[in-house]
Design a protein. Sequence first.
Length: 251
Amino acid sequence: MIVLKSAREVDRLREANRLVAALLAGLEKMVAPGVTTGELDRFAEAYLTRRGARPAFKGYRGFPSTLCTSVNAEVVHGIPSERVLREGDIVSLDVGAVVGGYYGDGAVTLPIGRVSEEATRLLEATRSALQRGVAAAAAGHRLSDISHAVQAWVEAHGYSVVRVFVGHGIGRALHEEPQIPNFGEPGRGPKLRPGMVLAIEPMVNAGGPEVVVLEDRWTAVTKDGSLSAHFEHTVAITEHGTEILTAVDPQ
C-alpha cells in the first residue's frame, strides 16, 4: 500500500532529507586521494549524532555501517573499511538519516582526484538520468514514467541500468511502497499523486546490467568488472509541484 503523507509529514521528511544533503556535501569536501572509506563513515556517524539524528542504515538487516561506500565496479552496499581511495577511483556514497521517526535517503558518486574520460562520462550520464527521473515524477504521471525516463537516457548513452535494485517510497520506514525500477515502458503503474514521497536512484553500469553479491553478503559488483555509478534524490510530490527534499537549498 502506498502511504500518502500530510503536509506536516512532508515537513518532517524535509528535515531528515536536508540533513542527508548537508552531510553528503560535507563528505564531498573530504573525498580525496589517501582518505579511507572508514574515515568517511566515522565522519558521517559523528555528523548525524551531533545533530540528534540516527543513522538509517547502521543495523538495518545487519548492515554494519552508517555509509554505503561503493568503489569503481562496486554498484551499491559497499561496506566502509580502511580501504584507501586512490587517484582515478570513483566512489558512491549512500546515506540515510532518521529524524523524529522520519527517514531521509540520498546518494552521490564522486571522482577521486582526476579520473578517466570514461568515468567522467558515466558520472555525467547517471546524474542526468536522475534529473530526468525526477522531472518525470509529477502529479498525474504514472510510476513507470520515472522508470522509462531513466532507462531511455541511460541506454541512449550506451550504458545499462541495474535491474535487481530499485528506488522506493520512503517515510516512517526506509523502504515503503512503491518500488521504482530504473527500466520499463511508460504509462504504467500507479498514478502519481500529491503526498507521495519517493527515493529515485539510478544505478548505471558502463558495461552490462548484471551484478553479483560478494561473500560479505552486501557488496554488489558489476559481473563484467565495469565501472558503476549511483545517484539518489528523495522527492515529494505536492499540490504545488515536485520538491527535491535532498537539496541543500530549497527548490
